[in-house]
Write a protein that binds this ligand. Sequence first.
Ligand code: FHN
Length: 416
Amino acid sequence: MNEDRTKWFTEARFGMYIHWGLYALGARHEWMKGREHLTNEQYDKYFRRFDPDLYDPELWAQLAADAGMKYMVVTAKHHEGFCLWDSKLTEYKATNTPHGKDVLRPMLDAFRDKGIRTGLYYSLLDWHHDHYTVDVKHPLRYDPNFVAQSKERDFSRYVDYLFGQTRELLTEYGDIDVLFYDFSIAAEEGFAGKGKEAWQSEKLVKMIRELRPDIMLNDRLEIPGDITTPEQYQPREWIQVNGKRVVWEACQTFSGSWGYYRDEESWKSVEMLVQMLVDTVSKGGNLLLNVGPTGRGEFDERAVERLKGIGEWMRRHRSAIQGCTAAPEAYECPQDCRFTYHPGKNRLYLHLFAWPFKQLHLPGFAGKIAYAQLLNDASEVRFVDGEQSMTMEAGAFDEGRPAGTLTLQLPVKKPN
Ligand code: FHN
């Protein structure tokens, strides 16, 4: 792969994921149609009520920019099949709801105006399309009438739709930098799977590369992509494929739900989210952090609060995130800490996830430290350089500072 093509992505390190669709009106997770086995007719009331009167994409973009997010990926179409844009290939779109307008175009424009690159999520699953066939994830998989009727469907007409909508999105909505397909299904419970043969993935990727040669494509078409995308868990180390470190991106939520879920209670703290970002970059990855806007078009205030908290941390520490990656293996990271490393500046950043009980030993640094300072408040930290390690006296810190906000800037000689 052309390394330059991935450079903007791996330097950005932090992006906003947005899950927004009719499910936001149900306020109980983007899988509510699937979990509740709803028919199109039962689900149609959300289509007839979609009119996000408080939708303000400029505000969304400002919150992302202030949080230090350098790209975004929005669900142009999720599993429910509803399209945020004015697609010529379906009537199941925002322009045909009471809202009466394409909501994707103003969103992409607003984020680009803030200097944020734009990406689209497109669901391969489609629980509304007339020719999408039953599988083990389909809401109506246990309805014998639907299963029987599904056999009469011509799935190839859905694939034509998939190709056609991809072409629409890549040619009519400006420079799209990321394309995130979701997801291929294994065969199970007596239902056929849907993978690279079903999606005609090789042919689809050929078309994508012809339309947008530099686009960053994810890995869920069941063929290799540009970005490996683990979900809702933190890998233990830099992900490798065939023994080679890959470009990877952790997809994470604030609260466990991607789509708006009013009653969700497991919201991560700002400190947890900051440490997740640091942990991801320390392993050479990006963090794509998700917001699920409400049916009226607002970010949940709990998400806004966390975005602002992350932004306050990034205001001081963005130099330890953007353009950074995993530290050279020569440096052994102390317990409860993470290193991020900026190759261009040859700067190593130490992030403390917990306070050193008494002293912090950094083996192997003796004689290599030109200086160290607290990025937060620029007060000097006293280092004792002895017994082949560098000891940082815990007393040098403001004990009241919460862990995870301290970043040291250690310019070290390039490892030989
Ligand atoms: O089923 C989807 C889910 O709703 C969400 O979109 C995530 C985010 O990447 N992807 C799938 C689950 O892996």
